[in-house]
Ligand binder design. Structure first.
Ligand code: 26Q
Length: 822
């Protein structure tokens, strides 16, 4: 008989089994006899969700009772598949395994059945997800606010070596993890004009008369902490029309006109924009940003009021983080809500606003800094433009007093760019409206202060600080690499999962232990065999799991230099053909990553890699010694398969271009050695693991700048370096393109004429580092030692550490833990 009491909360195998059956019948509406794998997956997901919801109630309560909560505003979240992670964090894996076994089901198969919400482009969205995991685990009252895109990042298919984008239908089979809250909804005005009037007290006021109003509806997903009762709340907004029908239009017989408004309103949360696309004309993107920011701020005000708070104490209730400038309009929107709606005077409202917000910058690339053409901005947000003008007027007045007569500086600091066309500069808005501004790695923060934010740094040095990124050791070690995690726990105990830095260091003493090394090797080998299986399934390429797995997975971008990696493959290929006795280990070079649909050069790089693969993989002269794989559709789920199987991690961006990188951390935490430039967090990783356990190469950021100042002439490298000349000539000859000499011309031409990302300058030192890597891999014992030391010394790259720094230095929020380990 079913024990009703613990049906939805019990953690015994029997209770779990019963809940699965109950959910199968009463939620999924299936009977076991005809249930598909998806039905069982859904039933299990609801069963796990039942256990999450129990904690949910408590979390909501603590949100209301806490003194200050963290609100993480991000246009992107990439949480990855939920099921496995939730089971792990709730500590119910063994019982669930048993429960599913009793039903004749394979738990791991159900876990891998789940797709993922691709509500982000790459690392910025994934970072937001790791941060929610850490905030939940550290028992901080947290809401992540974002957009519930109906279509997330596209799925990638490879046809004839080219990327093809396929729409992401993540909601096609329903989403068991979200709870729709139709009663939590806000109106968001758009367009129209403003007018002035005098209120009853005779005060001069401004009113926004919008052209249209859309409604945002909350969709909530609980994000569990690890082995704690707390969950973080991920609240995503879906846009809808205010009323399903425009009844007036309907009554006049304009049925289609009436439906049109509904369609237009729903468009706002329809699709995620890819990065690396030219954006200025994208009105919809600005509407999206404002839409989710406005809903989120209105929600915060409502919750605050529910708890008895008044608008004037808003900043004591919330610390709001702006994840890049995508939500930066929040600065103007909070001002509007406080001044126009709550009738707080400007000075006080401005104080509240600055105390509330802090801003994280994720890029130095000038082309990636967001700015909106003034006419477009005025069309969508007429009232906000006025508010921004007023913020700017007061701000520049202060600047004028600080730097009398320095009109150049004034021009640079202004929130409005005044060139031929005028633009609103979102980074400037975020910087002026925040009390803290941070970069995401030490080098990045330094460069931020010296370059794009230099004037702001000189004006407000006290606002700047660094918080180096981190990743969740739950998803990126325990969940994706159970074999290695087991070894670590056997060696140092299980504390490392939450307290990596201190505990995992204990692993060091095992680096010279022969038996431990052997166990370590076996785990890595197993992970590589698993990846090899998937590679052959998805690409048909058979790879040797004994070979060195040399992996580069990340978005495809010229600054990340996947094509530098490709040039190395060609060098190796030629060397092996010429000298069959060459003393190098067999290598499998694996790539993965999506290119922005409109970024032709990036798409050509994918084709380039696949074309090299086509030649190399069938050449009997190098069979068993060199293979090249492009693993399609790199995402969180595939990442969980890939990082644990890597021997060598490629982190080869042009120094100064990668803000931090977090893939670099995931690889190293899973025992890969890094070959990398002194860029982003690589610098700190190298310091942590020790330079002798890290393969560094290439120009430093400063050397890159100097080289460009002096005048960089890439063709000279080509002329002077025989090997480089040979590989480039081979590409030009059409050798990798069935005789087509034009196909890769745009790539080669860029390298020889401009080489903005300095591939040719770095090529010789990259090759040298690669040779060193190959030699090191041949001495297995030493390689294992370095691999173990990497893991032992990487504890500081847990997102728990990052979050503690945000808490202590920026948010000033306390843990719910009564005793408090902080
Ligand atoms: C902007 C305007 C319009 C449309 C899209 C965008 C857009 C969307 C996403 C611009 C950028 C992004 C994503 C940026 C990103 O992922 N940056 C990465 O952030 C990581 C986390 O801090 C760093 O580790 C990486 O170095 C950085 O590249």
């Amino acid at each position: 008989p079913i024990v009703r009491e613990d049906l939805r909360t019990g953690l015994t195998a029997e209770a779990i089994k019963n809940d699965i059956l109950e959910n199968l019948v009463y939620v999924q509406a299936r009977i076991p006899k005809i249930a598909t794998r998806n039905d069982w997956y859904m039933a299990l997901a609801y069963t796990v969700r039942d256990r999450l919801l129990e904690r949910w109630g408590m979390a909501i309560e603590s949100l209301q009772q806490s003194s200050r909560a963290v609100c993480y505003l991000s246009a992107e979240f990439l949480p990855g598949p939920h099921l496995g992670n939730a089971i792990l964090n709730l500590g119910m894996y063994e019982q669930t395994k048993e429960a599913t076994a009793r039903l004749g089901l394979d738990l791991d198969a159900l876990i891998s059945h789940e797709g993922e919400p691709g509500l982000g482009n790459g690392e910025l969205g994934r970072l937001a997800a790791c941060f929610l995991d850490s905030l939940a685990t550290l028992e901080i009252p947290t809401i992540g606010y974002g957009i519930r895109y109906e279509f997330g990042i596209f799925d990638q298919e490879i046809h004839d070596g080219w990327q093809r984008e396929v729409t992401d239908k993540w909601l096609a089979f329903g989403n068991p993890w979200e709870i729709v809250r139709p009663e939590i909804a806000y109106y968001v005005p758009l367009g129209g004009y403003t007018e002035t009037y005098y209120d009853r007290l005779g005060r001069f006021r401004v009113r926004w008369v919008p052209e249209r109003v859309v409604k945002g509806i909350a969709h909530d997903t609980p994000i569990p902490g690890y082995h704690v009762e707390n969950v973080a709340l991920l609240r995503l907004w879906k846009s809808e029309a205010c009323e399903s029908f425009d009844f007036q239009a309907f009554n006049e017989g304009d049925y289609y006109g009436a439906v049109e408004d509904k369609v237009a309103s729903e468009t706002i949360s329809k699709v995620l924009y890819p990065n690396d696309e030219p954006i200025p004309g994208k009105e919809l993107r600005l509407s999206q940003q404002f839409f989710f920011v406005s809903c989120s701020l209105q929600d915060m005000i409502r919750v605050h009021r529910l708890g008895g708070g008044v608008p004037a104490t808003f900043d004591r209730r919330y610390a709001v983080q702006l994840n890049d400038t995508h939500p930066a309009i929040a600065v103007a929107e909070l001002m509007r809500l406080l001044v126009d709606k709550q009738r707080i005077d400007w000075e006080r409202a401005w104080e509240i606003t600055r105390n509330t917000f802090s801003y994280t910058n994720h890029t130095l690339l000038p082309e990636a800094l967001e700015k909106w053409p003034l006419p477009l901005f005025r069309k969508v947000l007429p009232r906000h433009l006025e508010i921004i003008f007023e913020i700017n007027r007061r701000f520049l007045e202060d600047v004028r007093l600080t730097y009398p007569g320095d009109s150049e500086r004034l021009r640079r600091l202004s929130l409005i760019e005044e060139a031929d066309d005028r633009y609103v500069r979102m980074a400037n808005l975020a910087a002026v409206g925040s009390h803290a501004i941070n970069g995401v790695a030490a080098l990045h923060t330094d460069l931020l202060k010296e370059t794009v934010m230099r004037d702001f740094y000189e004006l407000y040095p006290e606002r700047f600080l660094n918080v180096t990124n981190g990743v969740s050791p739950r998803r990126w070690m325990l969940l994706c690499n159970p074999g290695m995690s087991g070894l670590i726990t056997d060696a140092v105990g299980e504390n490392w999962v939450c307290n990596s830095q201190d505990s995992i260091a204990g692993l060091e003493s095992f680096a010279d232990d022969g038996a431990f090394r052997e166990a370590w090797r076996k785990v890595k080998q197993g992970n590589k065999m698993e990846l090899a299986r998937h590679i052959s399934e998805r690409t048909g390429i058979v790879v040797n799991p004994e070979s060195l797995f040399d992996i580069q997975v990340k978005r495809i971008h010229e600054y990340k230099r996947q094509h530098l990696n490709a040039l190395h493959i060609i060098s190796l290929y030629i060397r092996l053909k010429r000298t069959p006795s060459l003393d190098v280990p067999p290598r499998t070079v694996i790539f993965g990553g999506k290119a922005a649909p409109g970024y032709a050069r990036a798409k050509l790089i994918i084709k380039f890699i696949n074309s090299i693969a086509d030649v190399v993989n069938i050449d009997p002269d190098v069979a068993d010694r060199l293979k090249v794989v492009f693993f399609p559709d790199f995402n969180v789920k595939n990442g969980q398969l890939i990082y644990p199987a890597a021997d060598l991690s490629e982190q080869i961006s042009t120094a100064g271009k990668e803000a931090s990188g977090t893939g670099n951390m995931k690889f190293s935490l899973n025992g890969a050695l890094t070959i990398g430039t002194l860029d982003g967090a690589n610098v700190e990783i190298r310091e942590a693991v020790g330079p002798e356990n890290f393969l560094v190469f290439g120009l430093t950021a400063r050397e890159v700048t100097d080289l460009k100042m002096r005048g960089y002439r890439p063709w000279e490298s080509y002329e002077q370096n025989e090997e480089l000349r040979e590989i480039i000539d081979l590409v030009r000859s059409g050798f990798f393109s069935r005789g087509d000499r034009d196909l890769f011309e745009p790539l080669v031409n860029e390298l020889l004429s401009r080489d903005e990302y300095c591939l040719l300058a770095d090529y010789p030192s990259y090759l040298e580092a690669q040779e060193k890597a190959g030699k090191a891999y041949l001495v297995q014992g030493q390689w294992l030692r370095m691999s173990i030391l990497n893991v032992a010394r990487m504890g500081g790259f847990s997102s728990d550490r990052s979050i503690r720094e945000y808490l202590d230095h920026i948010w000033k929020v306390d843990s719910l833990k009564a005793s408090g380990s902080r």
